[in-house]
Design a protein around this ligand. Structure first.
Ligand code: G3P
Ligand code: CA
Length: 266
């Protein structure tokens, strides 16, 4: 586990995170959404990683392809459309942009490697979610190999920011990833029961719950254990101000420019 700088003494830093890239402005989890995050002055972008049938790490949210691609047109006989059943070459035939807007026609499903490269070019930090890891045994070590091949992602971020944080709703997967990459921070998505937070603090650095139902007492309990809190997904200024008032360390939003304005006004 890395350190949790915002939870320690010093000036308060609140990090803005563009959810699935700036997914309010461009098709989620594409290079276009990464570029939009950069253009809307985000410091960090969140994306979701899964694995193709031939072992490539690909960036996509759903475990099936219908919602965000034209898979039913391209492969009419391949139902069910699980990401895990398609090779990288097959996935690359899909249009992952038109569902959002015709302007993004032929935007591909990117590989993790491509996302890392584009974020490097843009100077963005990365919050990487391992999506449904029970479908992809060993994906934590595949991700760790990719990060080790791109060692700039193991360096600390600028100032108080984290260069890379890995998170998942599957806390056993997060622990495996933390064993692989102990030098970087790891986050638990969801709400860890208050009486269990201290146990997870041995290797976790963040607890990242849905903002609905979050309260200041819970944020205090997480901070007391030395961890940070990055709630998701907040898309209006009022709810962003509310979680900042509770002490949240980050805001995950489809509209990173709104988050940035609220953070700078606080
Ligand atoms: O980073 C938090 C958020 O991404 C978790 O939910 O469903 O958008 O992946 P989801
Ligand atoms: Ca996610």
């Amino acid at each position: 586990a890395g350190t949790a700088p915002s939870a320690s003494a010093g000036p308060r830093i609140v990090t803005d995170v563009a959810h699935r890239g700036a997914s309010g402005y461009a098709p989620e989890n594409t290079l276009a959404a990464i570029d939009e995050a950069n253009e809307h002055n985000a410091t960090t972008a969140e994306v979701d990683v899964q694995r193709s049938s031939d072992g490539a790490l690909v960036v996509i949210h759903d475990t099936t392809l219908e919602r965000t691609t034209d898979v039913e047109e391209v492969y009419p006989d391949r139902d069910p459309y699980d990401v895990a059943d398609f090779t990288l070459g097959e996935l690359r035939e899909l249009d992952a942009g038109s569902w959002f807007d015709g302007e993004y026609a032929d935007e591909p499903i990117p590989t993790l490697e491509e996302v890392l490269d584009r974020m490097d070019q843009n100077g963005l930090n990365l919050l990487l979610e391992i999506k449904s890891p029970s479908l992809y045994p060993g994906i934590e070590s595949d991700i760790a190999d990719t990060i080790r091949d791109n060692p700039q992602w193991l360096a600390p971020g600028g100032g108080e920011a984290h260069r890379l944080v890995i998170q998942s709703f599957d806390w056993e997967s997060v622990e495996r990833s933390s064993d692989e990459l102990p030098q970087i921070p790891h986050g638990l998505l969801g709400e860890v029961p208050e009486d269990e937070i201290a146990d997870y603090a041995a290797w976790a650095d963040q607890i990242n719950p849905n903002h609905t139902g979050l309260d200041a007492d819970y944020v205090d309990a997480v901070h007391d254990a030395g961890l940070e809190v990055f709630p998701y997904t907040l898309n209006d200024a009022e709810s962003m101000r509310s979680v900042i008032g509770m002490g949240a360390d980050g805001i995950i939003s489809d509209y990173p420019d709104i988050a940035r304005e609220v953070i700078e006004d606080e």
